[in-house]
Design a binder for this molecule. Structure first.
Ligand SMILES: Cc1cc2nc3c(=O)[nH]c(=O)nc-3n(C[C@H](O)[C@H](O)[C@H](O)COP(=O)(O)O)c2cc1C
Length: 306
């Protein structure tokens, strides 16, 4: 009997649905233990305006919050750990960071294979680098990654995700925008990833798993989105430092700087990023060779040591 620990955090339930579909085809010779992380107090959903922006510095700087006690036994011997997470401000969602930094995660992950499942808007590669590092710090080994994204155009998905997050309604804004989040078809089709995971689990050998998952379309990167995200994270780090000088999470003294950040980000997305994309494609014939290597790296499971 193989034993799998599934750890997820999801506000709307989207990520849980994806992970449930991934493990749906496991046969009954696999025992699955599910841990749904619960921050204490919970993050609001729907979000209020300032709470949403207040999550940025803590997400980017990987600051943990308190979680309700886990129900899994960290001394159990799991054959695979599946970690499902959404991305917040180009970083792992704060409850996921909180789990990864807990002593229980270090105990349960030591020497164990870990598979990540991401459900994001479309920018997740920086967050996955943070997660890779924390898994490694816990002595775990990343053996696979599935990343699902909202396939709508980048600018319209910014509008629809803000609408979804601020109202908790996953419907078409004014009847004209696409439905927010990952499409129902992509969520349902996540079931196809179960077979190679189950087979690797039974073999006890995960060496070809990521290759098998990639063949099934586990990751599809949009070059100009990756290009923007890599630059944006550098700015987020600077903004986070600037905001935290005024106080930590929930401190009213930092509200002014959070509002400043919000307008900066909206300007960067709607005004600066279309120009940046144009420049990206203009210079692509020169940069493609090295950029292609970067894309290949982000599809893999190794961590580049800086
Ligand atoms: C505070 C916050 C920040 C987010 N930032 C990003 C981001 O940087 N990149 C991205 O692709 N998605 C981002 N998202 C979308 C989430 O990754 C995720 O798709 C969405 O919150 C639904 O996840 P759920 O399963 O928790 O409901 C953000 C969501 C929230 C709430």
């Amino acid at each position: 009997m193989k034993k799998v620990l599934v750890v997820t955090y999801s506000q709307s339930g989207q990520l849980n649905e994806i992970v449930d579909n991934v493990i749906k085809t496991f046969k009954n010779d696999v025992q699955v233990v599910v841990e749904r992380l619960q921050p204490d107090p919970p993050f609001p959903f729907p979000w209020t305006n300032i709470d949403f922006w207040d999550a940025m510095p803590d997400a980017v700087d990987l600051i943990p919050v308190k979680l309700k006690p886990f129900s899994f036994n960290p001394d159990d011997n799991f054959d695979l750990i599946i970690l499902g997470f959404p991305v917040w401000f180009l970083s792992p969602a704060i409850p996921i960071t909180s789990f990864l930094k807990s002593p229980q995660a270090a105990r349960v992950m030591k020497g164990k294979p870990v598979l990540t499942v991401i459900g994001a808007r479309n920018m997740w590669v920086n967050a996955q680098e943070d997660v890779k590092r924390m898994i490694l710090d816990n002595g775990g080994k990343l053996v696979g990654n599935i990343a699902l994204r909202d396939k709508a155009n980048n600018l319209s998905s910014v509008v629809t995700i803000i609408y979804w997050m601020m109202t908790a309604k996953k419907d078409r804004l004014w009847g004209i925008f696409p439905k927010p989040g990952i499409s129902d078809e992509d969520i349902a089709d996540a079931e196809r990833f179960g077979k190679p995971i189950y087979e690797a689990l039974k073999r006890g050998d995960f060496t070809t798993l990521q290759k098998d998952l990639l063949e099934l379309g586990a990751i599809d990167l949009v070059p100009n989105v990756v290009f923007m995200e890599l630059r944006a994270k550098l700015f987020f780090r600077k903004w986070s430092k600037f905001i935290r000088k005024k106080g930590e999470h929930g401190d009213p003294n930092r509200v002014g700087r959070l509002i400043f950040f919000k307008w900066y980000l909206l300007f960067a997305i709607f005004v600066a990023s279309p120009v940046a994309i144009l420049l990206f494609y203009l210079f692509l014939p020169i940069t493609w060779w090295s950029f292609r290597k970067k894309l290949a790296y982000f599809k893999g499971v190794d961590l580049k040591q800086n």
